[in-house]
Design a protein around this ligand. Structure first.
Ligand code: UDP
Ligand code: MG
Length: 312
């Protein structure tokens, strides 16, 4: 029996791209007859004719499945729904605007067959990407990699293949703030990377507004780094000790040695620094408990097992 592979395509206002993207996909799929494919479109609450295009296509073509959201819930939510409904032994997630060339699908599959449970992609260069987006993306990846507990390859997008085991682990995660680029690295497993040249978006315009990008970056950083919470305690402690030494030194100088070098106002300023430090230490202690709470709420498994010997 042929192995089944699911292709998950989240779409938001892509009415003019649905058919061309599918047509190109079909060409690729036809060239790999050893596998059975299901294409799952996830319509993320589009306000244009995207759903009509998908339903029309599903009537005339075999192997098309689709989900329709009641409103726009976001790209990551659409991926989540697609993966939860994928019936294949592997799933490939990709954009529905032709920026992710289906021609590299055979390469993704062959890496998976070589034993890589996750096959990531890395864009070499992107045509028609704005200067702003390039800079913003560069800063984001540098920042997240320097403070987070997982490594995220720069230039990675949600274009990848995940094998059934990895998919099951992703589907098991209950956290609400899902950032797949981070989660894919967090779940572990053997992974490989395939390079590609991203193309221009075919029609329509990018729906990743500045706000959506900012929100994705926030989720990425706050769900994979507790460092901002940890530095509060460190800064507080430094401020407190600095302020304490300053205050004690000034008081000693003025009242024990009798020097008029430091005024009462100066001593008050030093005292305020020490006091602010004290409050920050308190805040830092509270954030230590919040780190624990965050982890409890994320409810990620403490481990993922890939193999067992003599154990069922
Ligand atoms: N998308 C989505 N929901 C959204 C925004 C985008 O499902 O709220 C889809 C979109 O249709 C596309 C993919 O996510 O298939 C990537 O979006 P886009 O091309 O707008 O982002 P960019 O490539 O500019 O980063
Ligand atoms: Mg795009």
């Amino acid at each position: 029996m042929r192995k089944k592979i699911s292709i998950v395509i989240p779409v938001y206002n892509e009415e003019e791209n649905i058919r061309p993207v599918y047509a190109r996909m079909k060409e690729t799929i036809r060239a790999i007859p050893d596998y059975e494919f299901e294409v799952i479109f996830v319509n993320d609450g589009s306000s244009d004719g995207t759903w009509a295009e998908i339903s029309g296509l599903a009537e005339s073509e075999n192997g098309i499945k689709a989900l329709n959201f009641s409103r726009n819930f976001g790209h990551q939510a659409a991926i989540e729904a697609g993966l939860a409904n994928a019936g294949g032994e592997a799933a490939i997630t990709m954009d529905g605007d032709m920026q992710h060339p289906p021609e590299i699908i055979p390469e993704l599959i062959s890496k998976w067959e070589q034993g890589f449970e996750i096959v990531n992609t890395k864009r070499e260069e992107t045509e028609g990407i704005s200067f702003f987006k390039k800079i913003a993306s560069g800063i984001f990846y540098r920042l997240i990699n320097s403070i987070s507990e997982v490594h995220i390859e720069s230039g990675s997008a949600d274009f990848r293949l995940v094998g059934r085991r990895a998919m099951d682990e992703l589907n098991r995660l209950t956290e609400k703030n899902k950032f797949y680029r981070g989660l894919i690295s967090w779940i572990g497993f053997e992974s490989a990377t395939v390079k590609y040249k991203a193309e221009k978006r075919l029609g329509g315009k990018s729906s990743y507004t500045f706000n959506k990008m900012l929100s994705l970056a926030r989720v990425g950083i706050t769900s994979f780094s507790m460092l901002p919470m940890k530095v509060i305690l460190l800064f507080g402690a430094l401020l407190f000790f600095g302020g304490f030494l300053l205050t004690a030194g000034m008081v000693f100088w003025r009242y024990c040695i009798g020097s008029a070098l430091f005024s009462g106002t100066g001593i008050l300023a030093a005292f305020i620094i020490m006091n602010n430090g004290l409050f920050m230490v308190m805040l830092g202690i509270v954030s230590m408990y919040q780190i624990n709470m965050c982890k409890e709420l994320q409810n990620r498994p403490n481990y993922i097992i890939t193999e067992k010997i003599n154990l069922s």
